[in-house]
Design a binder for this molecule. Structure first.
Ligand code: C2E
Ligand code: MG
Ligand code: MG
Ligand code: MG
Length: 284
């Protein structure tokens, strides 16, 4: 921002910026300690079958229980983690924690569930990422069929490198999902070439679903083409019954959104799994 305001602009070195960057430094120092101090945690948001109400799986979403600022959402610290490289240890922690949780849910007798884990570009592009994932999975005897990684369109900008990493990951047997689909520049054909299993339609399109005459045209086109290419589809950010019904009529199989549930702590799911199942079946 400062750059575009010109060289002599007083805002270049305003005290405000100084405060902001020192605040950022403080936060960075805290973040360095956050794993050790066990301040990071994962919440889990269900992905629900639009027609049966069955729980297909959960997306793991990181939170930071900061000693002063309270529970922070990822938007408050993931960009900083990416900027500082801390995303690598944090990302490792996320995969470990999600696999451990999955194993504990399996032992507790919950139905087979898929766990989706968000990746940052740094992780995805890091050498030996696949080997690393393989090691973590073996630590928790994780069945790879139940592990899904969510990537974003910008991570596949270098097509041939992305293709290489995705081929390695797929050879482990894990699933790959394209997050926030429709907000970037990739086409469905591109997803098919990259061997993606699932695409997640961004909330932006779901918000527009019932607006105006053409609100559902884009979503319906995406679903029809995804079907033809045998890609699974998840609609993100579904908040109302009306949106759910529209998505059902368009043939969208999986739903993630506040209408069914926000992301909740793991223990909440362990303790209320059967209640949640009944609740979702009644809401569909
Ligand atoms: P995302 O992967 O697209 O996750 C979906 C976000 O939408 C989540 O926000 C979720 O709580 C929110 N959401 C779901 N349904 C609804 C709804 O019906 N209405 C509204 N208003 N929001 C809904 P959250 O948890 O704040 O995460 C934000 C982003 O942070 C995620 O977007 C993802 O890009 C990133 N993120 C989260 N966890 C991780 C992680 O472990 N690693 C990395 N690298 N990024 C993460
Ligand atoms: Mg995601
Ligand atoms: Mg998303
Ligand atoms: Mg998003």
């Amino acid at each position: 921002k400062a750059k575009s305001q010109g060289k002599n602009d007083y805002r270049m070195f305003s005290p405000e910026m100084y405060i902001n960057s020192s605040e950022e430094l403080l936060l960075e120092n805290d973040l360095r300690e956050a794993i050790k101090k066990e301040e990071l945690l994962l919440h889990y948001q269900p992905q629900v079958d639009a027609f049966s109400g069955e729980i297909a799986g959960f997306e793991a979403l990181i939170r930071w229980n900061h000693p002063v600022h309270g529970l922070l959402s990822p938007d408050k610290f993931i960009p900083l983690a990416e900027k500082t490289g801390l995303i690598l240890p944090i990302g490792q922690w996320v995969i470990h924690t999600a696999c451990r949780q999955h194993s504990s849910w399996m032992k507790a007798g919950l139905a087979p569930l898929k766990i989706s884990v968000n990746l940052s570009a740094h992780q995805f592009l890091k050498q030996d990422f696949t080997k690393n994932v393989e090691e973590i999975m073996s630590t928790y005897s994780m069945n790879p069929a139940y592990l899904e990684f969510e990537i974003t369109e910008s991570m596949a900008m270098d097509f041939s490198y992305a293709l290489k990493v995705l081929e390695e990951l797929k050879s482990l047997g894990v699933q790959i999902s394209m997050d926030d689909f429709g907000t970037g520049y990739s086409s469905l054909l591109y997803l098919k070439q990259l061997n993606i299993d699932t695409l997640k339609i961004d909330k932006y399109f779901v918000d527009d679903l019932l607006e105006g005459t053409y609100g559902s045209v884009l979503v319906s086109t995406i679903i029809a083409m995804a079907d033809a290419m045998q890609l699974k589809v998840v609609a993100e950010g579904v908040e109302t019954k009306a949106q759910l019904q529209e998505l059902q009529s368009l043939g969208c199989q999986l739903i993630q959104g506040y209408y069914f549930s926000k992301a909740v702590p793991a223990d909440y799911i362990t303790e209320n799994f059967n209640t949640l199942k009944t609740e979702f079946a009644a809401k569909r």
